[in-house]
Design a protein around this ligand. Sequence first.
Ligand code: UT7
Length: 333
Amino acid sequence: MNSENYSIVMRGVGSATPETRLTNAELTARVETSDEWITTRTGIKERRIAGDAVQLSEIAAEAGRKALAHAGMNPDEIDMLIVATLSPETLCPSTACLVQSRLGLRQVPAFDINVACSGWLYGLDVARSMMLVNPTYRNVLVIGAEKLSSFTDWEDRQTCILFGDAAGAAVLSRVEEPGFGVLGCDLGADGNNAALIQIPAGGSAKPATVETVQAREHYLRMNGKEVFKVAVKAMSQAAMSILEKNGATPDDLVCIIPHQANIRIIEALASRLELSMDRFFVNIQKYGNTSAASIPLALDEARIEHNFKRGDLILLVAFGAGLTWAASVIRWY
Ligand code: UT7
């Protein structure tokens, strides 16, 4: 198989969000905060919460079903499933296997990747790379899904205002027409900064005990100020690097879809790329930070809002725990 003759294109995109909204005003009843603080410091107005009755694999499967419908494909046409998540339904088995069953896929490879907020873009590159070398993988479903509300400390005002639940998905297909779809991905990680965002307990280092529960160590903790600084730098470097590798400049981009973590991070990125904010797609006000679901959810809304046309150049760029970052350039098919 000569990979230069092919493109890996997004044949269908879909997303799903739980119905229940949690507004800033409602949060003020839980912690000492205000709508004004949350809006000005983050851009978030409300987020979606799955609640006890809705499982992660349900939201993920719904996004997958919508991506399949948009692609005009049946579940049995999918050759592999990747689910990016940091909030798996269970530690074992993987959420991907649960989603595979819900969607009624064939007995194709299904696996999770945990790269936090950069996860869906890592999944995109893993899928693309495998599809370009192995003819078996013609159509791959890549889902980003999170139920972060289960790992949110609702007593910590520094983090509980940020996160929400959602899923987004794309069906990638190999087509015999070069120069379209995922043109390339730039991935990176810095494990030396692992402590900046973490869930301290519940893994093999610190299994659950009465003490870990009492110390609230099963919830996500973050050094927001430090993460903010690294996020701006890493995202702008990854964006510039992938554009350069593809002989493009920021000005060639029809739309930039950044990870929705904080409106001020997106504004700082715009300033570094010397682009106005109207080139950036923003939906953080409706969903908050949905980690691995953030980019595919925004992509699904952006493609509808902007009515992307064949040939449009789009940049996806993310940053998250690990620390990790990722950027990808897409030529819409
Ligand atoms: O998706 C993974 C990547 N994650 C990120 O990219 C997140 C990056 N970080 C951020 O988005 C921001 O750092 C936050 C939104 C988390 C925090 O914003 P900040 O401007 O960095 O605020 P801060 O932590 O420096 O806090 C400023 C003040 C503090 O009070 P003092 O010490 O100045 O008196 C905080 O105690 O704001 C206070 N504060 C709050 N006040 C009202 C912190 N959280 C809140 C709150 N409501 N929810």
